[in-house]
Design a protein around this ligand. Sequence first.
Ligand code: ADP
Ligand code: MG
Length: 570
Amino acid sequence: MKSAQSILKTYWGYDSFRPQQLNIITAVLEKKDTLALLPTGAGKSLCFQVPTLCEDGICLVISPLIALMQDQVKDLQSKNIPAIALGGQLSEEAQDEVMAAAIRGKYKFIYCSPEKLAQKQFQEGLNQIKITLFAIDEAHCISQWGYDFRPPYRKLDVLKQLFPNVPILAMTASAIPVVQEDIMKQLVFKNAHIITDTFLRPNLKYSVQKVPVKLHALRNILNELKGAAIIYCNTRSNVAQLTEMLQAYGYAVGAYHAGMPIEARQKVQANWMQDSTPIVVCTSAFGMGINKGNVRVVVHYDIPGSIEQYYQEAGRAGRDGNAAEAILMYQQNDWDYWIQLQEKKYPSIEVIKKIYQHLADFVQLPIGMGEKQQYIFDFETFCINFKLDKIIARNALSWIQQEGHIRFSESAFTPSMVQVLGDRYSIENFQNAQPIAGAVLQTLLRSYGGILDSPHFINEKLLAELLQRDIPFVIQQLQILALHGMISFDQKQHQPVVQFLWNRSAASFMKIDFDHYQLMKKAFMERIQQFIGYLQGQPAICRSIYLAKYFGEKGSKPCGICDLCTSTKG
Ligand code: ADP
Ligand code: MG
């Protein structure tokens, strides 16, 4: 077995481990299940990469985002370490080939999503590979008590079922004590074992500013900026608005949110990484796994939904160890957003039941039928037919799905996206030259205000009705428009379907664990309440101490630089 030290030097060129890294690597080599709870930037990736390289056999890495996987795979490949990411970007055949090669021993690291791991065929493939370690990145996604729960992560208990002797290393940068327990329970750790470090960030100055005009305060900050900045907003429309305003003032700003096409997002991120557009305005979709040293300030322009989320996002400032600021701006009525969201995110039980019945009616599911049946499901039409608020409907349906009653195809809630690219002149020319596609273009412009400025979700079925044609016609014409460069068309991949798992008359139909639901609803509210505590600075202790305590850390000293420390010094 090669020594961890020599691996570190050979592949990374670093001379020494950071203290917790060595503890974790040792635990992994001793085959102990371990939860590594270290802040972002601490170097968690090395903790599974180095021990894997010390031994024969491969490491399977579970990661929530394809972009995160690809970054790490690229990084390993650049060091001549054979690694691959399995996921939606590869065809079925290509994935089969990868597995065949993996069985022959071609790879040292295989990255995959939790959904992939749930596939029987993939599990059988894994059975033929010598696996020495399971690494679970962003492990807080496992817990419903955490702030970023992802349902597919719930099924990771298969790891211990199928491979009881392979150790597990779970890694996260933010997990409050109940989440820590939950992670170890769900992964079926043989023994509870947590390795953690301090959550204090001595170079980070936290402050909370209740300001009359946020934009004014923000401009003052940006005018002093030396380096990069991130400005977090809660919604896509807030991101769009603020970006526009800042650009109008002449700042070099990029916008980033999950509603943008993937290429546009990648470009914004790359420009920001290279400091050509050093300010990014974004939703919380931005930043997971990014690694940039010179972020001098992270501003929260809206109130985030939890302390975990805030700590993660604020913590992207000052990774290089130099002085940096985390500033939260708010106004009294900012709370309304969260109160309203809570009502929409956790609809009442009556509403959930009603929406479930609507769904069965919508697909005309007869009494006594349903089990394993698939039906085409158009979400937009569903909401229109039953006069439902889209956010409420979507949350109710995803709750019913989480409870295991129905399954939506991935495309059910991700409509096609279109932006009109031409200017008035080229649009007119095009309409004269191509009247049929031109009419579709006209309908797009009429139906979706602002489609000239930014990509919009569209609904093929509604367009078909407006044009009095069928859906294939609409799709064909959109493709023609895209071909001529008149629009960008990010087409929904599959016809969305819903599958029912029970017969409509079965006792299990409509049986939902509402106690559990109420607990989650309560946890959501509690996270927000905790944030009020941080915001109001009550009791008036140092912001760093408040945050560290929240993660279960005891006995920290005041940071001396946050707004509370400096104001009580007098
Ligand atoms: P995390 O996952 O904890 O947020 P990463 O694994 O992405 O952090 O590592 C952050 C950065 O720190 C990477 O650039 C990595 O190469 C670097 N790094 C990790 N360990 C060491 C070390 N022992 N010495 C120097 N740099 C390190
Ligand atoms: Mg990481």
